[in-house]
Design a protein around this ligand. Sequence first.
Ligand SMILES: Cc1cc2nc3c(=O)[nH]c(=O)nc-3n(C[C@H](O)[C@H](O)[C@H](O)COP(=O)(O)OP(=O)(O)OC[C@H]3O[C@@H](n4cnc5c(N)ncnc54)[C@H](O)[C@@H]3O)c2cc1C
Length: 377
Amino acid sequence: MGSLALSRAEVLDQPAPSIAGEVARIAREQLAPLAAGIDAGTVYPAEVLRQFGEVGAWGSHVPHEGPADLRCAIQAMSAIGEVCGSTAFMAWCQNTLVWYAANSTNMTLAKRFGDAFSTGRVLGGTGLSNPMKSFFGIEKLKLKGRKVEGGYIVRGALPWVSNLGPGHYFGTIFEREDEPGIASGDPGTVMFLADCSDSAITLTPCKPFLAMDGTGTYGVQFRDAFVPDELILADPAGPFVKKIRAGFILLQAGMALGLIKDCINIMDEVDNPLGHINRYLPQQPVHFRDLAAELETETMMLARDPYNEEETYWRKVIALRLRAGEASVAAAHAAMLHCGARGYLKSHRAQRRLREAYFVAIVTPATKQLRKMLADS
Ligand SMILES: Cc1cc2nc3c(=O)[nH]c(=O)nc-3n(C[C@H](O)[C@H](O)[C@H](O)COP(=O)(O)OP(=O)(O)OC[C@H]3O[C@@H](n4cnc5c(N)ncnc54)[C@H](O)[C@@H]3O)c2cc1C
């Protein structure tokens, strides 16, 4: 585990800037024209997600014989988030899926899916909201499974899972209903890949959201679906979740950083016509530039060391994630006030940014869960 005592210049100075640069170029050229359609829910940008994969956006955080480094993945997500918050969220979904397969000790699974996920050839996401809430005592696990020859039978439903479609996969967790440990109050949990093409797994479109409608988000029902041993990520899930949880949370910083940077751009854009009056507002672009720089430095520092098992490190990850959500909402709120009526137009991205910012603050682990985690630790 590396030392956390690095200067801002050192942590921002690497690695592989070309991936983030290429991602930024694709985001500007290919994604920007689609952003309004994605926001409206009429476009799911599968092709652009695959293009990001082709330039390495989903593969840089795969650990190679030991340590993992999330910095490049987060920088790439930030570049996407500067253009479209929904796509930055889908980027996070894809990156967590890659993260799960890359950390699994099931070699059959890793061999079959590792490259397919990390190149973007196969897309997908994560259904860990409910498990993440259950592990911190907020709600019960919604999926149940029982052992059968060659795998498990899984039943239950998850209300929202994103970046899905036919042929997509996502990682999630069920509780064993046949586990002898249940009697001792310690039920076994198993993490697995769900195959959206399985006829026993149904995807139901969700009611329209405030934002994120183009993210391929569905309610997912498992009707006694057979999950073969080849799709098991970790059995038991507990130690695996402990290993991947910091990465799961840190990767979300990419969504926040990109969004905050664009909110600063929006404030700058209206400075010329409105600066004479906007200077009376309490929060100015310079505040958010400082805040974004601070969050970025802290993120990059923590992202070098996602397997760190120290309690102090984990608390720093939670605290950073909390600040990232709150800063996103604050920056988008300030951008709205700076824009005035311009930003109140449906065609202006300031109001889209505000709706996207709330998602950063409510996606698991939500602001309230993060505050509980800090209070409990
Ligand atoms: C657009 C969108 C995309 C999402 N994508 C994913 C994803 O890819 N993977 C994933 O695991 N999670 C996903 N979620 C869930 C998300 O991460 C949070 O869990 C969710 O926003 C609620 O978190 P919370 O902690 O505020 O719980 P609360 O809002 O406090 O809710 C607690 C529980 O109440 C129930 N509940 C509340 N409202 C409803 C409802 N309308 N329908 C059904 N049940 C309800 C659910 O059991 C929920 O877990 C998504 C949510 C949204 C809105």
